[in-house]
Design a protein around this ligand. Structure first.
Ligand code: GDP
Length: 214
């Protein structure tokens, strides 16, 4: 898929403030510092598209980017912040949960995992929650693959997938990426293109990707 245009649309503090559900959306989520902004910029081939997500005050918002005027890339707040108050944390976790469980146009969720780390409880817990509550398909994205040898990356991914296999629910697919070497960009975009090809062709009415028109 060629990215012809990529435009920041809006930052929403909660589900009610999200733009009208008109186009398919792919959401990206992971622990803060996992490389989410870098991956979004890589996919869109825009150096500073996701900069907005990293600016103070916007890190806890749901950020929408319209791609090729046909679908949206959605940057969800990073989980696992250490320096937020309990109330703030609950607020933005509620927003993430509402979005992931109720957004009718959600076509896919990419959960970013740092390929250098052993399986982290917070990621595994989030994936369990996602499998139980989110109706959209999810996939894993192992980031920062350039930071170690391919052998080490494969070993780390193998360890994570083994932990996932022990749980009843697991994502269907995984990708390996590097924002530095551009590894995985084509594979991710091809995957999204394949999903979009199956999505309803409408932009003028509220669409549902789950055969459940709103
Ligand atoms: P976010 O908090 O998840 O949005 O993470 P960022 O995209 O801001 O990345 C956090 C840090 O990791 C930054 O210093 C990035 O330059 C670095 N980083 C992100 N992705 C990669 C990658 O694929 N390779 C390398 N070498 N560094 C990366």
């Amino acid at each position: 898929m060629k990215i012809k245009s990529a435009v920041f649309t809006v930052s929403a503090p909660d589900l009610a403030s999200c733009p009208p559900a008109l186009r398919p959306e792919f959401a990206f989520i992971g622990r803060s510092n996992v490389g989410k902004s870098s991956l979004i910029n890589l996919l869109a081939e825009r150096r500073q598209l996701a900069m907005v997500s990293n600016t103070p005050g916007k890190t806890k918002l749901i950020n929408f980017f319209l791609i090729n005027d046909t679908w949206s890339l959605v940057d969800l707040p990073g989980y696992g912040y250490a320096n937020v108050t309990k109330a703030t944390e609950e607020g933005f976790q509620r927003a993430i949960m509402d979005y992931l469980t109720e957004r009718p146009t959600l076509a896919g969720v990419f959960v970013l995992i740092d390929s250098r780390l052993p399986p982290q409880a917070i990621d595994l817990e989030f994936l369990d929650w996602l499998a139980l509550h989110c109706p959209a398909p999810s996939a894993l994205v192992f980031t920062k693959a350039d930071k170690q040898s391919p052998t080490a990356t494969l070993a780390s991914i193998g360890q994570f997938l083994e932990r996932m296999a022990r749980s009843r629910h697991g994502p269907q697919q995984h990708f390996t990426t590097s924002s530095k070497s551009k590894q995985g960009r084509k594979e991710l975009l091809d995957h999204m293109a394949a999903v979009l090809a199956k999505a309803p062709k409408t932009s003028s009415a509220r669409v549902s990707l789950r055969g459940n028109p709103a």
